[in-house]
Design a binder for this molecule. Structure first.
Ligand SMILES: *Cc1c(COP(=O)(O)O)cnc(C)c1O
Length: 378
């Protein structure tokens, strides 16, 4: 597969997209028009299928970014003061804690070693110690480190204790496995259009249990972020009628992106491509003398973090600028506890583009005068 833009976006969202996806956003659409309603409703149905949601589930759209939908889920499924255990898997685990706290819920952090997967046993033990915890908040793909956590194995332990989960799948949905029908402990899985779905930023979704949406009615404390209210409106006004003005062009682009996902062979095929991208990146980085942050046994297929080279010439922004001159854009920040850089493996491109990007990184390091590359920067 070739990359389509002139610039390869190698960030873990918003990702490199196909020109057809961008073109679908380039037209004027009236969100209340009946032609658009089929698209609006059709996207919801397709997303439900990706989540393996059955009749017990529904897809709820919310305009905005990933933080908005995480906050909306916390508000909708936890009452004010409700207690949620949040394994601190990295920066995004920490963000869920802040979102819950500022929404007036009571998040309880559980420490997880930064370069390890969250252990179901540790979560089970924390739940056993504290019967007032009704929920566990999980990050499926922790974008801060690149580690994928096993929401299904953890979910089994949570369900066995009669508790529930809220899953941030923002950098996972559309590629990583998800089986909501087999996991009734999941109140909601939340995500955006612009990561593994390869759509544009501006719309977020929750796939949620209908019984839990009904049980959560009236407790959000925010009209804007009340998923139960959005659900209630779909039942009274029809599946295709938005509540407030939606980013209709972005939904139209997502509709196109979902057709490409289907053509590719669905989430399993997309995951296989991302794993090939990850392997090209991970092995390539080691090949040019750099040290990935996460060991191969824990490295997920979404984002790879790299230790900063222990060379005085290393300077993240200079590296990012030099790389951009060579047609590749990476993040100009990192979320790991120690300095480094990160590159995404997701988006509309394949391993040959990734090998090209690694060659550009090698040259960009030379451009800024980095000689010593191996080992962890202190
Ligand atoms: C990207 C991301 C978010 C939030 O994204 P925004 O759209 O920037 O608000 C939340 N959680 C995870 C795991 C992410 O990767």
């Amino acid at each position: 597969m070739r990359s389509y833009g002139t610039m390869l976006l190698l960030i873990p969202g918003p990702v490199t997209t196909r020109p057809e996806v961008r073109a679908a956003a380039g037209i004027d659409i009236a969100p209340w028009d009946f032609d658009f309603r089929d698209i609006y409703a059709g996207v919801r149905t397709r997303l439900l299928k990706i989540a393996n949601g059955g009749g017990a589930h529904t897809a709820i759209p919310l305009p905005g970014c990933g933080h908005f939908i995480v906050e909306a889920a916390l508000r909708t499924f936890l009452p004010p003061g409700g207690r949620i255990l949040v394994p601190v898997t990295g920066d995004y685990g920490a963000r869920m804690i802040r979102l819950a706290h500022e929404a007036g819920r009571d998040p309880v952090p559980l420490a997880v070693p930064a370069n390890q997967k969250a252990a179901p046993e540790a979560i089970a033990a924390a739940l056993d110690r504290d019967p007032t915890l009704t929920h566990v908040g999980l990050i499926q793909s922790e974008t801060g480190t690149g580690i994928v956590h096993d929401i299904h194995a953890i979910g089994d332990a949570v369900r066995a204790r009669g508790r529930r989960t809220i899953v941030d799948a923002v950098s996972a949905f559309g590629a990583l496995p998800l089986d909501m029908a087999a996991h009734p402990e999941i109140d909601a899985v939340v995500f955006t259009a612009n990561k593994c779905l390869e759509g544009l930023p501006g719309i977020a979704y929750a796939i949620a249990r209908i019984d839990r949406l009904e049980a959560g009615a009236g407790q959000a404390g925010s009209w804007s972020f009340d998923l139960a209210d959005i659900y209630a409106q779909t039942t009274t006004r029809g599946d295709g009628r938005p509540r407030f003005t939606p980013p209709a062009q972005i939904v139209n682009a997502l509709h196109t992106a979902l057709e490409f996902l289907e053509q590719e062979g669905g989430p399993d095929a997309r995951l296989a491509r991302y794993m090939a991208n990850r392997n090209a990146l991970y092995d390539g980085l080691i090949g040019i003398g750099l040290t990935p942050y996460v060991g191969p046994e824990n490295q997920g297929p979404i984002v790879v973090n790299v230790h900063a080279p222990p060379d005085p010439a290393w300077h993240l922004q200079k590296f990012v600028d030099a790389l951009k001159q060579r047609g590749v854009t990476i993040s100009n920040f990192y979320n790991t506890p120690t300095p480094g850089f990160r590159a995404g493996c997701i988006g509309a491109f394949g391993p040959s583009e990734m090998r090209g990007a690694v060659a550009a990184m090698d040259q960009a390091l030379n451009d800024i005068g980095v000689k010593t590359r191996n080992g962890e920067s202190k």
